[in-house]
Write a protein that binds this ligand. Structure first.
Ligand SMILES: NC(=O)C1=CN([C@@H]2O[C@H](COP(=O)(O)OP(=O)(O)OC[C@H]3O[C@@H](n4cnc5c(N)ncnc54)[C@H](OP(=O)(O)O)[C@@H]3O)[C@@H](O)[C@H]2O)C=CC1
Ligand SMILES: O=CCCC(=O)O
Length: 340
């Protein structure tokens, strides 16, 4: 669809209601917007918009795959090109830089490892900002801190394009199953336009207002999750040490008030000391670090998360970065064996 706006396809510019108009009374604006929205929805057939996807890791690959399977016109890029091959095999196009992706796509999603890579892919050499322009949108679904998200937002918006942060709750399997939860913030118009695609990749979505709120929500959620996992690991080892069957512990936990899907999902493999990677431990530690930074910024005390973070750091130092984050239990075992 080249440079024509994803937000106003085939509607002449002069007839398009502005997203925010100081000249329209509220009822008139509302009516105008409803008409505009309904015109939009008639244009929302799958494949109408070209979608870019940057980052073919554990999460990005299945998310892009779901868009392709749903019939969307998808163009992919990844730093390690070979990871794009399965998506190209399914019908995706390939471009060799983020810049080329945003230049040719109406709406581009980015799923990168951390703040550094998200900023580099968006704003670095041949980055997304150099291809994007007014009428297009950039949705960063990576887990980053608010400051990094704001930096990317500013660079994208300086080009005239729209920006949305949309980190996700849910791991590899929910990504494969199209069951992610999107925590979005930024340009509301882009949220509305991208919702069609969020609904292909996810089961629910939240719009949280200004850029930074989605990042903060994601970090709070993952801070809780990281502490829960560290505590669960302690419980498994303690149950074993006092002669209990940890499999029974998992069963008891699953029937009680502290039940969480994570315990039944990860517990059995943790007991067997195997950690098939769904959420890499290095990313969980990154999220603990960023969450602690967020807490620091508002002088909120988070001693439990701080202690859990230390455990993830120990696990990383034992070479467990690329294992699933449930491998944090190994750090406790190592402490135990050193003390024995
Ligand atoms: N896995 C999970 O369960 C979940 C992860 N997340 C978050 O989603 C994001 C992605 O996670 P996940 O897919 O698991 O991670 P992976 O480690 O599997 O993928 C990371 C992606 O980032 C790319 N990347 C890393 N460094 C750079 C760089 N310097 N320049 C360009 N690209 C780079 C990788 O490219 P390459 O292939 O070349 O290495 C890869 O495409 C993270 O922010 C994570 O915290 C959120 C929810 C769940
Ligand atoms: O960021 C990773 C989240 C993993 C999950 O929500 O299960």
């Amino acid at each position: 669809m080249a440079l024509c706006s994803i937000f106003c396809p085939r509607i002449p510019l002069r007839f398009r209601p502005k997203p925010i108009s100081p000249f329209l009374s509220k009822p008139l604006y509302s009516l105008s917007y409803r008409v505009y929205s309904s015109l939009q929805s008639t244009k929302d057939e799958l494949g109408t918009f070209s979608i870019g996807f940057l980052g073919m890791g554990i999460m990005g690959s299945p998310m892009a795959q779901n868009l392709i399977t749903a019939g969307c016109d998808v163009t992919v890029w990844n730093r390690t090109q070979s990871k794009c091959d399965p998506l190209v095999g399914l019908g995706a196009k390939y471009k060799s830089t983020p810049e080329e992706v945003t230049a040719t796509c109406d709406l581009t999603f980015a799923m990168l490892a951390d703040p550094e890579s998200a900023i580099d892919v968006a704003c670095g050499k041949n980055g997304a900002v150099f291809g994007i322009s007014s009428g297009k949108g950039y949705v960063d679904v990576s887990t980053v801190d608010a400051a990094s998200s704001m930096l990317i937002s500013k660079q994208i918006k300086d080009t005239g394009a729209l920006f949305l942060e949309a980190p996700v709750s849910g791991s590899k399997k929910p990504a494969e199953d199209g069951q992610l939860i999107f925590l979005t913030a930024g340009d509301k118009l882009l949220y509305e336009k991208a919702s069609h695609f969020f609904d292909i990749m996810g089961k629910s979505r939240f719009y949280l207002g200004e850029v930074g709120n989605g990042a903060a929500m994601k970090l709070v959620v993952n801070m809780i999750m990281g502490s829960m996992m560290a505590s669960f690991a302690e419980g498994i080892l303690l149950s074993q040490k006092v002669g209990l069957d940890p499999n029974v512990l998992v069963e008891v936990v699953s029937q009680g008030a502290i039940n969480a899907p994570m315990y039944s999902l990860k517990g059995p493999s943790m007991i067997k000391s195997v950690y098939p990677t769904a959420f890499p431990l290095k990313h969980q530690q990154k999220d603990m670090r960023l969450a602690l930074g967020l807490a620091e910024s508002v002088s909120q005390s988070t001693p439990i998360a701080a202690a859990a973070n230390e455990l993830y750091k120990v696990a990383k130092s034992y070479g467990l970065s690329d294992e699933d984050f449930s491998a944090v239990i190994e750090a406790l075992k190592a402490v135990k064996s050193r003390e024995a």
